[in-house]
Design a protein around this ligand. Structure first.
Ligand code: ADP
Ligand code: FBP
Ligand code: MG
Length: 341
């Protein structure tokens, strides 16, 4: 069996560990061969293929990014579509595709599988918002980076008696904000799932300042204040037509300063959260998912993806994977909010 691997959508730390896990298990145990598609579905549509042998994945588990490159190409557009892709696979002797990506990548994979292509999936999202898996690789690394940044913001905030606003990723869900904010002892955490008034934010900030603390406010980029209708976006649309988020922290800082009288500074962490080496936890999770993905190709489980349930790697269908976003439950938000202010 010859398998083509692709990574698609936004990158995150751990993608290379998945590739290595799949190639090692596949070549050493399952008798498989591998090639890589460059830049996600773009490489599939264009037949842009690179070698992927055991020696090509040496030492890459600790490398950030993806050695295959990524894109947000839609495989049904341009010269794409299931017939053309099947022709390309036949021409290159490729039997199956292993797609590593988020809900968009898996939606494309499902449509192609429904049309008869042999595809398995590995879930990828730094936001940790896929409901069919308990955790995704990259999330732990992002939380670790954000927490370290917030620890640093707190010492400079303390020195100047300022309020510090830290903006983290999280388009639809506030998992990175919730976990890094709790870890750093934030005085307010603002997430997309929870409408919050600026009066409430100002109250938390003043309460922390009254106790002699430099307030730390953590905000997810997808947070919508209760006076706005949509998340803040000022950078146009991405390749898939979605608004590019980011900048809400800079918007909130002057409002907080105005309402509290406390000098306030904002920092947007942005892509720093997605770059660099993955944590040990993410390397282990990604390696296990890659190994399991090789196994489900071996069992011809087309239309299935590997997932984490508790501490076990399991298999779920693409429909289930695409069914629902994993949002922060109210009870988790309320638990964190008990410590605000
Ligand atoms: N319904 C769909 N049909 C085909 N392709 C899709 C669909 N939805 C999303 N995509 C493709 O999925 C990819 C991006 O989605 P995803 O993997 O979720 O990553 P991200 O959320 O980081 O952008 C792109 O290649 C996009 O064109
Ligand atoms: O700058 P890019 O590559 O468009 O990505 C930014 C977006 O990707 C995300 O990190 C989500 O990506 P995931 O698909 O990994 O969950 C968002 O938090 C953010 O809005
Ligand atoms: Mg996504």
């Amino acid at each position: 069996m010859r398998i083509g691997i692709l990574t698609s959508g936004g990158d995150c730390p751990g993608l290379n560990a998945v590739i290595r896990g799949a190639v090692l298990k596949g070549t050493e145990i399952n008798g498989q061969e591998f090639v890589g598609f460059r830049d996600g579905w773009r490489g599939v549509v264009a037949g842009d293929i690179m070698p992927l042998e055991r020696s090509d994945v040496r030492g890459i588990a600790k490398q950030g990014g993806t050695i295959l490159g990524t894109s947000r190409t839609n495989p049904f557009e341009g010269n794409g579509g299931p017939e053309r892709i099947q022709e390309m696979l036949d021409a290159n002797g490729i039997d199956a595709i292993m797609a590593i990506g988020g809900e968009g990548t898996l939606a494309a994979a499902k449509r192609l599988t429904d049309a008869g292509l042999k595809i398995v999936g590995v879930p990828k999202t730094v936001d940790n918002d896929l409901d069919a898996t308990d955790y995704t690789f990259g999330f732990d690394t992002a939380v670790e980076i954000a927490t370290e940044a917030m620890d640093r913001l707190r010492t400079t905030g303390d020195s100047h008696s300022r309020c510090m606003v830290a903006e983290v990723m999280g388009r639809h869900v506030g998992w990175i904000a919730l976990h890094s904010g709790m870890a750093a002892g934030a005085h307010a955490i603002l997430i997309p799932e929870q409408k919050t008034s600026m009066e409430q934010v100002a109250e938390w900030v003043k309460s922390a300042a009254d106790r002699g603390r430099a307030p730390l406010v953590v905000v997810a980029e997808g947070f919508t204040p209760d006076h706005a209708d949509d998340p803040h976006s000022e950078r146009g649309l991405d390749a898939f037509g979605r608004p590019r988020l980011g900048g809400i922290g800079e918007r909130l800082a002057p409002i907080i300063e105005e309402m509290t009288g406390i000098e306030t500074r904002a920092t947007t962490l942005g892509h720093i959260q997605r770059g660099g080496v993955p944590t040990a936890y993410d390397r282990v999770l990604a390696t296990r998912l890659g190994m399991a993905a090789s196994d489900i190709v071996q069992s011809a489980s087309w239309g299935q993806m590997v997932a984490l349930r508790g501490t076990d790697i399991v298999t779920v269908g693409f429909e289930e994977a695409l069914g629902r976003l994993k949002t922060v439950p109210q009870r988790r938000y309320r638990e964190a909010a008990m410590l605000f202010g």
